[in-house]
Design a protein. Structure first.
Length: 399
């Protein structure tokens, strides 16, 4: 069906306005470079100076790849979402976009179809520095977002969507949706993950991890392995997330910590790092017929003890958490889907009449980090602030 003429004119007007604003800013010397569909992103990246912005106009940018070498740069989709569709192209055999080393922000861009000969083609390959990825989407890439192993790097991902992991190719590489290497810090908030395929939804070797208010639900047809994994341990604060495993899962463990221990990590900080796993106010949902392991801690594989806190978590479906006796009195409950409003429709809050309401404990803090939820995931992506309840309930939602 042909779209209404008013909608077509409105979209054209929005694109024209965004283009005019970017061109006007460039003419004023504000360091904004505009790339329309069909124009070269690589050329814009070569011309941009530190502190500039590159505006990708809404629409499909086919086979446009590049490397960000600037120390400060913003790459932003304007007038609507810009889609970087790889179409067989790649930068340096790594990714659609390679971020070399700097303080970089990428906003409102969709990355699709990254493929490289080694089997780990990413929408974004982040190497050094600090990268903030906001309101972006990653679909049908061999790796959605992949980092290198530089110990000082920091990755911040907010309000993004990841999905549609492809089939494994002849290289045998696992298609993880988000894979953080041995970096300093990963912060992940307000983001949605689904449609895994053999690989994990989120895998992080970062020394410090803040995973708050996300929806990691593999969904119908999803075949992910772990939903969330910290293979080399580290510090992980997992607060206020919905974590869901499909019936077609490749691994019954949902959250794994320390499964690889220090193996293969020579020359890194893995052997000397401290370990802590704080899992607070999350909703875990197992949809499989085999019992799940909601949380699994491989403390025997790590060189140092693991500080653990498991509190106010709601475990739905068949399965058990890898919990200690002290955890059982910290507001953690195993229940059937009937305690939720409507899990089949994505309504994961407790039913208004549920007897579990108000049966949580004060979340507290650990290692100087507040573990009290301050927000909740809001679909399709994003968060909303919440008020502190008089009495906490288990799970990711208090309303």
């Amino acid at each position: 069906m042909r779209p209404p003429r008013r909608a077509v004119l409105g979209g054209a007007l929005a694109g024209w306005l965004a283009s005019w604003q970017s061109l006007a800013a460039s003419a004023a010397g504000s360091g904004i470079h505009t790339v329309a569909p069909g124009q070269s992103l690589a050329d814009a990246l070569r011309k941009a100076a530190d502190g500039d912005e590159i505006h990708l106009l809404a629409g499909e940018h086919r086979a446009q790849v590049g490397v960000i070498n600037q120390k400060r740069l913003t790459l932003r989709g304007v007038g609507g979402r810009a889609v970087l569709r790889a179409d067989g192209a790649h930068a340096e055999g790594k990714a659609t976009l390679v971020v070399r080393d700097g303080d970089v922000r990428i906003d409102n861009i969709e990355f699709r179809g990254a493929r490289v000969p080694d089997g780990n083609g990413a929408g974004i390959r982040f190497e050094r520095g600090r990268l903030h990825v906001n309101r972006c989407a990653f679909f049908d890439n061999q790796m959605g977002l992949l980092t290198a192993n530089f110990s000082g790097a920091e990755l911040i991902v907010s309000d993004c969507e990841f999905g549609q992991a492809p089939e494994r190719d002849a290289t045998g590489a696992l298609p993880h949706l988000l894979y953080a290497g041995r970096i300093a810090r990963l912060t992940l908030t307000g983001s949605a993950f689904s449609g895994g395929n053999d690989g994990h939804l989120v895998k992080s070797r970062a020394r410090e991890n803040h995973v708050r208010y996300n929806q990691l639900v593999d969904g119908v047809g999803g075949r992910a392995s772990y939903e969330l994994e910290f293979p080399n341990g580290g510090i992980a604060h997992v607060v206020g997330n919905v974590i869901g495993q499909s019936e077609a899962t490749r691994n019954t463990t949902m959250l794994a910590f320390g499964a690889e221990g220090v193996d293969g990590a020579e020359g890194s900080d893995v052997e000397s790092r401290g370990h802590a796993l704080h899992v607070v106010n999350n909703t875990f949902i197992s949809q499989g017929l085999r019992p799940a392991i909601f949380v699994r801690v491989h403390d025997g594989k790590l060189a140092r003890p693991v500080e653990q806190r498991l509190a106010n978590n709601l475990f739905i479906g068949l399965g058990v958490p890898d919990a200690r006796w002290s955890d059982l009195v910290r507001g953690n409950f195993i229940a059937s889907p009937s305690v939720l409003r409507d899990a089949d429709q994505g309504l994961y809050a407790l039913h208004p009449m549920s007897a579990l309401r108000g049966r949580g404990v004060a979340p507290g803090s650990a290692r100087g980090v507040d573990l009290q939820p301050r927000a909740a995931f809001t679909p399709p992506v994003g968060t909303r602030e919440i008020t502190t309840p008089d009495r906490w309930s288990p799970g990711a939602f208090q309303d």
